[in-house]
Design a binder for this molecule. Structure first.
Ligand code: Z57
Length: 841
């Protein structure tokens, strides 16, 4: 059906086209209109929730106007597009971001104030969009911001979970999970009830030869689930480009099938079908860096991949190009192995539905995909059982076997007779049951594979993917070090620092070209500047101190050293090392004379982060932190010298308050385990120093900011294997200071020690896999260096200024430009002057 307005009528259309507001008055008019008509309220019935809703709708209207123009521009230009497939998008709040990116926050602030509201209160009404677990999901969100800000034609594809990551409550020191139902009121999404894709599951495959003698496979039977598109506009910073994030929601295929059941009196089972279908997009799996192999998760993956591929292929087919041009028009990036089925699905579409030859199709497929690996942890590498696959996706399993056969044949040709090699690299693991190794499939089906920091990219080449480097050559493997968006993580989270930087570097240009921060180096010894810089840090600490008081009831001194570790709770991230260090500090303070205590720098140890609901050891660590806090915080011998805080329900909007308030933050994973880390970048960009191991992006941060400006400690990645071997087969004596810490825990000083037996036992009796004891001494010593360094505030401030000045490299803009050049081969689409963009400096 032709949906365009006929040519002669287009002038009338254009005359009445929506015009984005640019003035305060127009903004207020829009807010009042939305309160009175969209929300059906009045000035006598307009609370902060209503004001938030109306302000968001006003900005949404504005975004969607630019969104439409952007989509038209990209369609007409017909250039190559990027599709970023991610099962997680940890977006956080949208209103503040939208106001800042379109440059109208000041107008909104004045407008809201004239209507009787404080903008901060309005911003705080918004529920976080928390469709992600941690680093991987937040990286995807930063990438969307950068791709729009750099004018790349790019879409994100994901799942519209009804429940995002759970909300964390702390009850008696324990984590309790509460469901996160976030869709009650979400003004940022546009349901596209006209964009619905049928997705098939189960059934069987019928094979036959057609008249021409060609082998044909038909996947038939099984059940159909419907995928409905929900679009979320992604505004670029200081550019009209507004990209799209398309999220899929599942619904039962209502139609004859249901009707039949209904009419035959089987009402209950037709409702049950409906519910079963809706379960697919119901909930985000709450595991970070862990694969649990559940059938529903595989269903989610295929549901999302099939709908996205159908959409991408449909858009390509409209251009009427030859199939061979597919990779010239489309780049698809796989965010971890979660979307690896897209490789198989595209091959299936091309050979089964479009009738291409295997080889022709496979060339298209491999030239289209790029795969990003985010971890080397064995428990996080996805594997699916063959029987499960066979049942759910029978045709895909056949195609995987064929991909594997052709691949192993090519390996055999290259390394004749090397049977061990064939076993090691096979996509099918010959275990009981057999398993599909998704990372291997992703490598074989992509033209580039990248890690997310230099050390990590080197590690994957020399360990888990070593054989594949031999097979495909080193050029297939590359590194793109992660980055973060300076819009959210500096401008939005730390407006005063952003303003100060703007005043010294000639405006907000640094937010688009973060290397401009270099210009701050000349202020590193400037008295006046340092004073302002320190005042801003102090104000951010006061803000966090107030937040701590209001949420935990504990009073902390903003002049104390704020030492922060916020991230998912995981043994490899070693929050246990941190809390054992805190206990060691407590013991030290208790043993000091009052005179000695006066010389010690007061400290606040702040923790935050969620444990996966089934991860007992992580939950035990949270419990210990809370119990230590309960004892230490009320000990009169300690007073201000040490406070221990656990912040409930760490998420993106809380990170925006926490990150600007650190003096030091901790990034202390066992060397070789944290692929990159990204909060390390956020903290340094906000004028905090870090204490960290030689792991992930810490290494490149050190290279950029200089080793005098970072507190590194601990064993190196290259020594980890030998140390583990010694623990298991040699003699394993614990660090004596750590033994004292354990003795205190075992004396029930922090409640019944039985609760922490598994935690201390994992180190004492079970091999200390994460090297807590090996690194303990080095950690404690380095913390002492931190205490000393903090006493010299003049030098400390200089270090933080120099560090910020040298952080340009870690912008996700740099990162996206590298992907575009090395992997996607796409270019930005320049924007003309047609847009009515409001600019604020
Ligand atoms: C996740 O958040 C990360 C890796 C994974 O394999 C999964 Br599953 C979830 C994280 C890494 O642990 C971080 O080191 C990294 O910075 C982040 O992904 C983004 O690359």
């Amino acid at each position: 059906v032709e949906a365009s307005i006929p040519e002669p009528q287009r002038d009338a259309w254009k005359k009445f086209q929506a015009k984005p507001f640019v003035s305060k008055d127009d903004f207020e008019k829009e807010v009042v209109r939305h309160v009175e008509t969209t929300l059906a309220r009045s000035m006598f019935n307009c609370d902060e929730t209503a004001a938030y809703a109306a302000a968001s709708l006003a900005f949404r209207d504005r975004l969607i106007t630019e969104w439409n123009r952007t989509q038209q521009r990209q369609t007409f230009a017909d250039t190559k597009r990027v599709y970023y497939l991610s099962l997680e998008f940890l977006m956080g709040r949208a209103l503040d971001n939208a106001m800042l990116n379109v440059g109208l926050k000041n107008i909104a602030k004045e407008g809201l104030s004239e209507l009787g509201f404080r903008i901060e209160d309005i911003i705080n009404q918004e529920h976080d969009a928390a469709l992600g677990n941690g680093g991987l999901g937040r990286l995807a969100a930063c990438f969307l911001d950068s791709m729009a800000s750099l004018n790349f034609p790019a879409w994100g594809y994901g799942l519209r979970y009804k429940y995002g990551i759970f909300k964390q409550e702390i009850v008696d020191g324990y984590q309790v999970e509460v469901p996160d139902y976030w869709l009650d009121f979400n003004p940022w999404e546009f349901p596209r009830h006209d964009i619905v894709v049928d997705v098939q599951f189960y059934g069987g495959v019928r094979k036959y030869q057609d008249e021409a003698g060609k082998n044909v496979a038909v996947w038939e039977g099984g059940e159909i689930v419907k995928a409905t598109a929900y679009d979320v506009p992604i505004p670029g910073f200081n550019t009209p480009t507004t990209n799209n994030m398309r999220l899929w929601s599942s619904k039962a295929a209502s139609g004859e099938f249901d009707f039949q059941k209904f009419n035959s009196g089987d009402y209950e089972s037709s409702v049950a079908d409906q519910q079963r279908a809706e379960t697919i997009s119901a909930v985000l799996y709450p595991n970070d860096n862990l694969d649990r192999g559940k059938e529903l998760r595989l269903k989610q993956q295929y549901f999302w991949v099939a709908a996205s591929l159908y959409d991408i292929v449909r858009r390509f087919k409209k251009s009427k190009r030859a199939w061979s041009e597919f990779p010239d028009q489309i780049a698809i990036q796989l965010n971890d192995t979660h979307p690896t089925l897209a490789i198989v699905e595209l091959q299936r579409i091309l050979i089964d539905m479009e009738g291409l030859d295997w080889d022709e199709a496979w060339t298209i497929v491999t030239n289209t995909f790029g795969y990003t690996n985010h971890t080397v942890l064995p428990e996080a590498l996805e594997k699916w059982s063959v029987p499960l696959f066979q049942n759910l996706l029978p045709r895909h399993l056949q195609i995987i076997y064929d991909i594997n056969m052709f691949f192993l044949q090519s390996v055999e040709r290259k390394f004749p007779g090397d049977r061990d090699m064939l076993g090691r690299v096979s996509i099918i693991e010959e275990s009981q049951p057999k398993m599909v190794r998704m990372a291997f499939l992703a490598i074989v089906g992509s033209h580039k594979v990248n890690g997310v920091a230099e050390l990590h990219s080197d590690l994957i080449k020399t360990t888990i993917f070593k054989d594949f480097v031999k097979i495909f050559g080193p050029d297939k493997f590359t590194n793109v070090t992660n980055g973060i968006t300076p819009r959210r993580w500096l401008h939005q989270a730390n407006p005063r620092l952003s303003e100060l930087i703007a005043s010294k570097t000639g405006g907000l240009g640094f937010l688009k070209d973060l290397n401009v921060l270099n210009e701050l180096e000349k202020f590193a010894d400037d008295k006046e500047f340092k004073k302002e810089w320190a005042e801003i840090k102090y104000a951010n600490k006061v803000r966090l101190a107030k937040y701590i008081k209001s949420t935990t009831g504990v009073t902390v001194n903003p002049a104390a050293l704020f030492d922060i570790q916020v991230k998912r709770i995981h043994e490899y991230k070693r929050q246990q090392l941190n809390i054992f260090g805190v206990i060691h500090r407590y013991l030290t303070i208790k043993a000091m004379t009052p005179e000695e205590r006066k010389k010690l720098a007061p400290r606040v140890s702040i923790f935050g982060g969620k444990a996966a609901p089934g991860y007992w050891m992580a939950k035990t660590i949270i419990h210990l932190i809370n119990n230590v806090g309960a004892v230490v915080n009320k000990d009169p011998d300690v007073g201000d010298l040490l406070k221990v805080i656990f912040l409930e329900d760490y998420n993106v909007s809380k990170a925006e308050i926490i990150t600007p308030a650190s003096d030091v933050s901790e990034h202390i994973s066992t060397a070789g385990t944290e692929a990159s880390g990204t909060s390390n970048m956020k903290f340094v960009l906000n004028g905090g120093l870090i204490i960290g191991t030689c792991d992930g992006a810490n290494i490149e941060i050190t290279r950029e900011i200089g080793e005098n400006n970072i507190f590194l400690f601990g064993n190196l990645a290259e020594d980890v294997e030998d140390l583990r071997h010694t623990h298991n087969y040699g003699s394993h004596t614990l660090d004596p200071d750590l033994v004292k810490v354990f003795d205190l825990i075992k004396s029930n000083a922090f409640g019944d020690a039985g609760a922490f037996g598994a935690l201390t036992g994992s180190i004492e009796d079970h091999g200390d896999y994460y090297l807590v004891s090996d690194d303990f001494h080095s950690y404690i010593q380095t913390q002492t260096l931190v205490d000393e360094a903090y006493k010299n505030q003049e030098e400390w401030i200089t270090k933080t200024i120099l560090s910020v000045a040298r952080m340009g490299f870690f912008s996700s803009d740099r990162c996206i430009n590298e992907y575009a050049e090395m992997i996607w081969n796409v270019e930005p689409l320049p924007v003309g002057k047609e847009s009515g963009l409001g600019k604020e400096e």
